[in-house]
Design a protein around this ligand. Structure first.
Ligand code: ATP
Ligand code: MG
Length: 554
């Protein structure tokens, strides 16, 4: 069986089966529904930055349109001026473009339809299907009833049409305070569907809207999809009548993306930003698209991950290890290898001439045939990682230790002859000798030595700041913990800053903001926008160790 599968996979292009939404669309198109016109919509509320969960929706909405030759609207759901801002609108557009999608001229705002929606409200009032309620939202909630007991009618339910019209117009004219009046649909306080128990459809908000300013003082309430589907259909039917089928878009829900070790709620993410618990929406620990971008993630990796987890109807908690596995695979293939020492200790090669410098040839990327090489200076004094040396090592320590040999990557084999310590017993310098017959690439370099270390030349290396990012939360599913506030569950070690790591000169001279590299033996890093001329800042995208692949037995 395994053989058969291998043969199929080796047979060339892998053809992915359609996911269930794509299948519905394909069937509709095959049946000639709506004359073959396909139009999807992505409807973000501009009250925060997009996160990787939104990317799942974007890949579906824009992806289906792209795959089947349709169009996709970007429709901002801007009905709450208290929480919304142009900053968010611009960021949302930037992030959709970054993912590689475009809405063309199909950019819409719910606020474009405020006059129309207001007219609809007036119409419902005139038809006796809506009324102004003077009660507080608490009172209204108390009268809702329960799924098994009917609600109670509001004392204002039977106001005359004239009075309702007058009040609603005055609500919009700004005569009343926020919360003092709402407009409710007059449906059925005993309905078995709680959403039909006279839902609130308009409320007073006095904060100016970022697009329409002070023009409106009442704003429509928007609905989440699945639980409100019947109510949504009710309004479409009431307002469009016979032509309802033509107006009624088809909604297909799929499961949300939830990631381990993070939160996806915009409210919580905003709280982290506002309270300074992260550096901003684009903090590299955030699950936002701008955060992931700054962390060194690529749109392709995010799309691959979304493909991998797939679209179903089952709620799931997706393993962040799989996302990390995806970026690691991509960077393993694409990132140049360089040397950086994060926690340096000096090694003096006592038999190497004082002023001599040799340029060693280093492979840029062994995973690619034509990635080329770069030069790295070698001299008498070098830095290695402090934990690559132990004076009294345990068994199976194959790095540097007195009396033993290690290979310096791309250079020589060295032997440790001793070390110097300060008064507290900390190693301040290690002494070694090198074997001149073991230059990398020469016949002598073939000698069997267990460990290989990365290094930089002390005289030639350059200081850089390195930000070691880790997962934002210490627990797998912070949203499931009802005992603690989610902020208590943050990982206290999610960021460690090394102000003076030592990097090789090639890296210092060529790295540009956004570039990604593999620091040999450490992990993948990208150049942060905080870098200045002469001082680079690196963000750790991800370490080398792939816990996800290991778990899967790969
Ligand atoms: P919701 O509407 O579910 O409360 P939201 O309020 O966080 O999400 P919106 O701006 O309303 O954000 O979302 C825009 C679109 O993205 C909606 O279609 C929404 O369903 C979808 N979306 C939001 N979060 C996720 C997620 N975690 N996984 C998949 N889709 C999501
Ligand atoms: Mg929403």
């Amino acid at each position: 069986m395994a053989e058969i599968i291998d043969n199929i996979n080796a047979g060339g292009e892998e053809k992915k089966p359609l996911n269930f939404v794509q299948q519905i669309v394909a069937d509709d198109l095959a049946a000639g529904k709506n004359g073959g016109r396909l139009n999807t919509r992505f409807p973000p509320e501009p009250n925060g930055y997009l996160h990787i969960g939104h990317a799942k929706a974007i890949c579906m909405d824009f992806g289906v349109a792209e795959k089947f030759g349709g169009t996709c609207n970007l429709r901002f759901d801007d009905t709450n001026p208290q929480k919304e801002d142009t900053e968010y609108v611009e960021a949302i557009m930037r992030d959709i473009h970054w993912l590689g999608y475009d809405w063309g001229d199909r950019l819409y705002y719910a606020s474009d339809y405020f006059p129309k929606l207001y007219d609809f409200a007036i119409r419902l009032i005139k038809e006796g299907k809506a009324y102004v309620d003077d009660q507080t939202s608490e009172q209204i909630a108390q009268q809702k009833g329960t799924p098994t007991t009917p609600g109670t009618n509001s004392p204002y339910r039977d106001r005359s049409v004239e009075e309702n019209l007058d009040l609603f117009q005055r609500m919009n004219a700004g005569e009343f305070e926020e919360g003092s009046h709402v407009l409710r649909a007059k449906i059925d306080m005993a309905s078995s569907n709680m959403h039909f128990r006279d839902p609130i459809i308009y409320r007073i908000i006095k904060t100016p809207h970022w697009r329409t300013g002070n023009k409106w003082n009442v704003y429509p309430c928007t609905l989440e999809f699945v639980p409100h589907r019947d109510l949504y259909d009710y309004f479409v039917h009431e307002l469009a009548g016979e032509s309802a089928t033509e107006y009624c878009p088809r909604q297909i829900e799929f499961n949300r993306l939830n990631l381990t070790y993070t939160v996806m709620s915009k409210r919580k993410l905003l709280q982290l930003v506002k309270e300074g618990l992260v550096a901003g929406w684009d903090d590299p620990r955030m699950p936002t698209l701008c955060g992931l971008r700054r962390r060194g993630y690529t749109p392709q990796t995010i799309k691959n991950f979304i493909e991998d987890i797939g679209y179903t109807k089952y709620e799931a908690l997706n393993d962040i290890g799989l996302l990390e596995h995806n970026i690691r695979e991509e960077l393993n293939h694409n990132a140049n290898r360089v040397s950086a020492v994060l926690n340096p200790v000096k090694v003096v090669i006592t038999n190497y001439p004082e002023d001599k410098v040799e340029m060693m040839e280093m492979d840029n990327n062994p995973e690619q045939e034509n990635a080329g090489k770069h030069q790295m200076p070698f001299s008498r004094e070098i830095y290695i990682e402090r934990d690559d040396f132990m004076e009294e090592p345990p068994k199976k320590f194959f790095r540097l230790t007195p009396g033993k040999e290690v290979r310096l990557k791309g250079a020589y084999i060295i032997m440790c002859t001793g070390c110097t310590k300060d008064a507290d017993g900390n190693v301040t310098e290690i002494q070694c000798t090198y074997d001149p017959d073991t230059l990398s690439g020469s016949a002598g370099s073939q000698r069997k030595v267990k460990g290989t270390l990365h290094w930089v030349s002390a005289r030639h290396c350059v200081d850089a700041e390195v930000r070691l990012y880790d997962r934002l939360f210490a627990v797998e599913n912070p949203s499931a913990d009802t005992e603690h506030d989610f902020r208590e569950l943050l990982n206290p070690d999610s960021l460690r800053v090394i102000p003076d790591a030592k990097i090789e000169p090639f890296l210092a001279q060529t790295a540009k903001v956004g570039d990604t590299f593999q620091f040999q033996r450490i992990g993948y890093f990208c150049v942060d926008e905080d870098s200045t001329d002469g001082h680079l800042v690196f963000n750790r995208t991800i370490g080398l160790k792939d816990s996800w692949a290991k778990q899967q037995g790969k």
